[in-house]
Design a protein around this ligand. Structure first.
Ligand SMILES: C[S@@+](CC[C@H](N)C(=O)[O-])C[C@H]1O[C@@H](n2cnc3c(N)ncnc32)[C@H](O)[C@@H]1O
Length: 320
């Protein structure tokens, strides 16, 4: 697959070609099969801390024996990922911003071979795993690239769909990160933005406070650990990501919705719940007035103790 021409040089803004060269004479290395547009120049302290954290804890982890069949089996258990796949056209040009180890990227590519996927992330170790899995599995319609999302390296309005899940709340400036993701969506395209929501994450914040006193309590209180069906690598990655992350905030749904509307989008819905295809799927419009949002948030807070996503909420929005 050729590199989409949607990448820009962080130094001069000229288009970067497949070999990592830009029209302004700058060159970027390919490391472990991944074009690196960052080098050692991360934007700020938070990005450096987050980069270092994920270099120790690539997320989500692959189990030692993971392959395409196992990935697809896992994904089929997720109503959200099934609905996401159904909402993305089969020939769409998709950006997975903050793709981590690229499991969602690989799934969306495998489900529709005519889709093109660009997985972009800051984490070297995560991208090494993403590219290793891609190569081992012979997935041809994905390309991974190392970027700091705050550097202007992704061309505005270049993607039919931007998926950005679990990322903006791990940055120093979530509002600016939301704008970066939104700006990359083409007119008429979809933004799928997942973030820790203040009410939805309330239970988890209590668990996290308890964690500093008793690790044993986690086995009882965390629904993912309680299920006791994780591979040890995946379990360790989950504990680090959820209980030891150096940069994390929660965002209020009304604030995120207002922000995304202000950037020129219709906000179609908030998830959970995941709508079934008979109810129009992920891109079907629901009413998201202030009382509807309030009720939804109270519902999320109440289900917090059993929420396997630990307060991760997703909004789906379409650019005018
Ligand atoms: C919790 S992981 C989410 C991974 C993936 N989206 C998923 O849902 O499985 C958050 C990811 O955001 C990435 N990230 C955080 N700050 C970033 C930045 N400034 N630029 C690019 N990626 C960043 C991290 O490297 C990490 O891989």
């Amino acid at each position: 697959m050729t590199l989409p021409t949607s990448l820009r040089c962080p130094a001069c803004g000229a288009a970067v070609d497949e070999r990592g060269r830009c029209g302004g004479g700058h060159e970027f290395p390919t490391v472990d099969g991944v074009l690196d547009l960052v080098g050692d120049r991360t934007a700020g302290t938070a990005s450096r801390a987050v980069g270092a954290f994920y270099d120790r804890n690539p997320f989500p982890a692959y189990a030692a024996d993971d392959d395409v069949a196992r990935l697809m089996t896992r994904v089929r258990r997720s109503a959200f990922l099934q609905a996401l796949d159904a909402a993305i056209p089969h020939e769409a040009n998709v950006l997975d911003l903050g793709c981590g180890t690229g499991q969602v990227t690989a799934f969306l590519a495998l489900s529709a071979p005519r889709r093109t996927l660009l997985g972009a992330d800051l984490g070297r170790a995560s991208l090494r795993e993403a590219e290793g899995f891609r190569r081992r599995s012979g997935i041809a319609n994905v390309r991974f690239v190392r970027i700091d999302l705050f550097a202007p390296v992704l061309t505005p309005r270049a993607f039919d769909v931007v998926v950005c899940r679990g990322v903006v709340h791990h940055t120093a400036d979530p509002d600016a990160a939301i704008e970066v993701a939104a700006d990359r969506v083409a007119p008429g395209g979809l933004l799928v933005l997942g973030f820790y929501e203040t009410f939805a994450r309330a239970w988890h914040r209590m668990r996290r406070a308890l964690f500093s006193r008793s690790r044993a309590m986690l086995r009882v209180l965390d629904p993912i650990l309680r299920a006791r069906d994780l591979d040890p690598t995946k379990e360790r990655a989950w504990i680090e990501d959820q209980y030891a992350h150096p940069v994390e905030v929660s965002l209020a749904l009304p604030r995120v919705v207002a922000r995304v509307r202000g950037l020129g989008f219709d906000v179609l819905r908030a998830v959970p719940p995941v709508p079934t295809s008979s109810r129009g799927g992920l891109a079907a419009v629901e009413s998201l007035g202030s009382s509807a949002m309030w009720m939804r948030r109270v519902g999320w807070a109440l289900r917090g103790i059993t929420d396997a996503d630990a307060g991760l909420v997703t909004i789906v929005a379409r650019r005018h």
